[in-house]
Design a protein around this ligand. Structure first.
Ligand code: PLP
Length: 381
């Protein structure tokens, strides 16, 4: 949708893009300066495959400071974004026909990554009425002899759902009965929570530590998507296997980015308060406006920067051009082509009929876009 929106814009159309998965803020000044200093200081050569030691030490301290987790330095690996870390973990661990439980709605990349690594994604639908969160009984029922991983992502892309420590502990009770199942906890949106504290599985169930890979990074919380730095912390054997794969593929992420990430992780976190307050304001604005849109409804997302909106109420309605909206894809195309707003249809996240709006855009754009979506909905009734 972002590419189609860009093409329409190039043709001279006024298109507002709410499909992006990245903050519209600049990388904080202190982090920019650290990147520049790295270049000037000649930190421009190959590094250790797992990442430079000062960065892994910064991550080690961060995991203690923020999550009360203890890791040794060789239990930490750094990759080209959380994305590569997740991929390395799956590629390192999956045998043919191994199953990976992926609660849906989920980030678009998980199912394909599992398939690329030779495994089978087991998509497990979570209910909107349960806040799009996996329930212990659902997890229990989905586990088979072949289950290798449970993927958890909180705050969630695309729903913004945030698991509490108690909810994670309840899932951990199930996992204790199935010692062959590992947990990949994708915490990339950790810092972007608005209503409740962040929790992660390794802290909620310390006794399961040997079965948990905690993945995080600087992309979303420090507005560093283009720098490509993510990390994983977990069992030594797994980290070693992940490093072996990385060593024969990308080697490591950019040395310059690694030095900038030290500042992002260990340096001042002062910017974060403003950053989160601004995103919360935008979230409230969008949720408020959605409540006025006929045919649409949404939950209040507790984290990340997405609102996941049900468009069930507009299905079967005809547009002014006589086209009947039969799916979330049709609705997203209608919003883009007839009203100049790019959103992502829920089918990309294995969940229909929904659309995802990213509110990591300026308030001005959000206000204009919401007025257009409102007009689009009104025109259908
Ligand atoms: N995990 C989730 C749930 C995401 O939404 C994203 C980016 O959209 C990533 C991982 C990738 O993050 P990175 O930029 O660190 O690769």
């Amino acid at each position: 949708m972002t590419a189609k929106a860009a093409a329409l814009r190039e043709e001279g159309n006024d298109v507002i893009t709410l499909s992006q998965g990245e903050p519209d803020f600049d990388t904080p000044e202190n982090v920019q300066m650290a990147g520049i200093a790295a270049i000037r200081d000649g930190k421009t050569r190959y590094t250790a495959v797992a990442g430079v030691k000062p960065l892994r030490e910064a991550i080690q301290h961060k995991l203690k400071r923020d999550n009360d987790l203890d890791y040794e330095i060789d239990q930490i690996t750094v990759g080209c974004g959380a994305k590569q870390v997740v991929f390395n973990a799956l590629f390192a661990s999956l045998d043919p026909q191994d199953e990976v439980i992926v609660p849906t709605p989920c980030w678009v990349s998980y199912p394909d990554m599992v398939r690329l690594a030779g495994g089978e994604p087991v998509l497990l639908e979570t209910a909107e009425r349960h806040g799009f969160k996996l329930r212990p009984a659902e997890l229990e029922a989905a586990i088979t002899r072949r289950t290798k991983w449970l993927m958890l992502n909180s705050p969630n892309n695309p729903t913004g759902a945030v698991y509490s420590k108690a909810e994670l502990a309840a899932l951990a009770d199930v996992l204790r009965r199935h010692p062959h199942v590992h947990v990949l906890s994708d915490d990339i949106y950790e810092k972007l929570v608005y209503d409740a504290p962040f929790a992660t599985m390794a802290s909620a169930a310390p006794d399961l530590g040997e079965r948990i890979l905690t993945v995080n990074g600087v992309s979303k919380s420090t507005a560093m998507t283009g720098w490509r730095v993510g990390y994983g912390a977990g069992p030594k054997d797994l980290i070693k296997a992940m490093n072996t794969i990385q060593g024969q593929t990308s080697s490591h992420t950019s040395s310059i980015s690694q030095y900038a990430a030290i500042e992002a992780i260990a340096g001042s976190q002062e910017y974060l308060g403003d950053f989160v307050a601004e995103l919360k304001k935008r979230r409230d604005l969008v949720v408020d406006r959605v409540s006025e849109m006929p045919g649409l409804h949404c939950r209040v997302p507790e984290g990340a920067f997405y609102v996941f909106i049900s468009c069930a109420g507009v299905l079967g309605k005809a547009t002014a051009n006589g086209k009947v909206i039969e799916s979330d894809m049709d609705f997203a195309m209608y919003l883009l082509e007839d009203f100049g707003v790019a959103v992502v249809p829920g089918n990309g996240f294995m969940a229909s009929p929904y659309i995802r709006i990213s509110y990591a855009s300026s308030v001005e754009d959000l206000v204009r876009a919401c007025s257009r979506v409102l007009a689009a909905c009104v025109a259908l009734f």
